[in-house]
Design a protein around this ligand. Structure first.
Ligand SMILES: CCCCCCCCCCCCCC(=O)SCCNC(=O)CCNC(=O)[C@H](O)C(C)(C)COP(=O)(O)OP(=O)(O)OC[C@H]1O[C@@H](n2cnc3c(N)ncnc32)[C@H](O)[C@@H]1OP(=O)(O)O
Length: 478
């Protein structure tokens, strides 16, 4: 989870979340000014970091659980890509669940996504991910959870709960869904792990490792040995790190709830004006994705995705599941060329409200998240990093994402549009006034060694958007 709330001294859309140094003009490039200032003071910018809330990694040996797992150590030099531990077969995997001896009075429970949805929703609504200040908490809706968990090929036994034996109350959860990953061209049958949650009253009792071992066992029993997961927490070892960026759609509300601050050099009226979008979209032929578009849109997406080093492959059934619009969950659009009828672009976003904790006026923030997109605009260039290809794609994506922001605001009443620095996002984030957030998202591959991948932001420059290299990460986790 990420917000702009630590950015009270700067106009977020122009800043790079740099240290809080006074920038004299809102038109100046603050990052440049800061770099110059630091140069004058002979301070290495990479040593400065104002993300006070960043969780500092422990030494590898202090990861009592993770050091026992097939992962890559922090200082390990990867020389060959591939599984960390290749030695096991399904026959080596225990067929009964891990004993819950350490927590008497609790039992494993396979969560039924239809019948138990109220309980699962309540567990997550009250105990799932919060920001550092406990001001906001993810509020995944019931229909969102059903969409996120019941993709083609899902398995009931991969929705793993722990409940109190006497009351049957659900107090913890972890999920796996099947995905086909492609890592630098190599196809890996894998799972996405998500929604790990332990009730607040049962924290710090080493239940998370129990959940992780149990889901690993259940997945391994299906002859799957790799997994993808993401998190703000630093574990050994991220394949890549992306930064969150936030495009205010309803700046006034974001300010009122403490999601964003007022830059020292601006008034509220100026900020509201700055983030006001036009009411109508500008791309001719932009319309909702329909059933009849599935083949063509999937082909376009697959072709676009092939540029990234870590991607999820979708077949038609999966594409249909993940992208056909479900109100208040997932919205997808295509651009149909008005002259040729060809689908030239595709864009999708999902909606994930935040519960606002402890605010008298508001209890929910409406948040849209950029999901997958594709455009054929740079397909004809042999090198997509070439100046002209970059210019063309940047222009197209800026228009497309701006239109998505307009729809999110005008039709769906979203308050903020979030995106990561993954995919080709760093091309448009700054121009479209996405301010850098205070959150980073680490991408992890379980039991797979890879060379590091660009996350679209530059760690040495306080995680500034990396427009030059963009990102190798083409996968988006919910
Ligand atoms: C092939 C198939 C493989 C499948 C498995 C692939 C791996 C999947 C991995 C899971 C991917 C999940 C993806 C998502 O869902 S990310 C969302 C995670 N959920 C939340 O943040 C919700 C709010 N928080 C909680 O519910 C709890 O704080 C959780 C459950 C997160 C930890 O509970 P608690 O706070 O009570 O701690 P503990 O005493 O039980 O356990 C402490 C140990 O747990 C390690 N820890 C803490 N947080 C995380 C974390 N987010 N990923 C991995 N490990 C984590 C920690 O480093 C320590 O290990 P070590 O430092 O001693 O070594």
């Amino acid at each position: 989870m990420s917000s702009n709330k630590d950015q009270k001294n700067e106009d977020t859309s122009d800043s790079n979340d740099a240290p809080k140094v006074v920038v004299t003009s809102s038109d100046a490039d603050p990052m440049k000014n800061i770099q110059e200032l630091l140069k004058m003071l002979a301070i290495d910018p990479s040593k400065l970091n104002n993300r006070d809330n960043e969780i500092k990694p422990k030494n590898f040996e202090e990861y009592k659980f993770w050091k026992t797992q097939p992962i890559v150590k922090f200082d390990e030099k990867v020389t060959t890509e591939g599984p960390v531990d290749n030695s096991k077969t399904v026959a080596d995997i225990p067929t009964s669940p891990l004993p819950l001896k350490a927590i008497p009075g609790f039992e494993w429970y396979d969560v039924d996504i239809e019948n138990d949805i109220d309980e699962l929703y309540q567990l997550l609504n009250e105990n799932y991910v919060e920001d550092q200040d406990s001001a906001f908490r993810f509020d995944y809706s019931k229909s969102f959870l059903q969409w996120a968990l019941t993709c083609p090929g899902y398995k009931k036994e991969w929705f793993v709960g722990i409940r109190v034996i006497s009351s049957k109350k659900l107090v913890g959860f972890i999920s796996a869904i099947p995905v086909t990953l492609q890592v630098r061209g190599k196809i890996l049958p894998s799972v996405d792990i998500n929604f790990l949650c332990v009730h607040k009253k049962l924290r710090a009792k080493r239940l998370a490792p129990v959940f992780i071992k149990e889901i690993t066992r259940r997945v391994n029993l299906c002859n799957i040995w790799q997994a993808l997961h993401t998190g703000g927490v630093v574990l050994p070892s991220p394949v890549s790190v992306c930064r969150y960026a936030h495009r205010p759609l309803n700046w006034g509300k974001m300010f009122d709830v403490g999601f964003t601050g007022l830059p020292y050099n601006a008034t509220k009226t100026q900020m509201i004006a700055k983030y006001t979008l036009s009411k109508t979209t500008t791309t001719p032929g932009l319309r909702r994705l329909e059933l009849k578009d599935l083949d063509e849109a999937l082909e376009l997406l697959n072709k676009y995705q092939s540029r990234f080093k870590l991607i999820q492959l979708f077949n038609k059934e999966e594409f249909k599941h993940w992208f056909l619009t479900i109100e208040n969950v997932i919205y997808s659009y295509v651009v149909e060329d008005p002259k040729t009828g060809k689908i030239t672009d595709f864009i999708s976003f999902y909606t994930l409200p935040f519960t606002i904790l402890n605010n008298n006026n508001y209890n929910s923030l409406n948040v849209a998240y950029l999901f997958y997109y594709a455009s054929d605009s740079d397909f004809n260039y042999p090198d997509r990093f070439d100046t002209e290809a970059t210019k063309v794609l940047k222009k197209r994506l800026s228009q497309l994402v701006n239109d998505a922001c307009i729809i999110a605001r005008s039709e769906l009443h979203m308050d903020v549009f979030n995106a990561l620095t993954s995919q080709d996002n760093s091309l448009f984030l700054k121009d479209l006034k996405f301010g850098p957030g205070d959150g980073l998202l680490n991408f992890y591959l379980f039991n797979y060694r890879t060379f590091p991948m660009n996350g679209g932001c530059i760690a040495d420059q306080n995680y500034a958007y990396d427009e030059e290299h963009r990102s190798d990460i083409g996968v988006v986790m919910l």
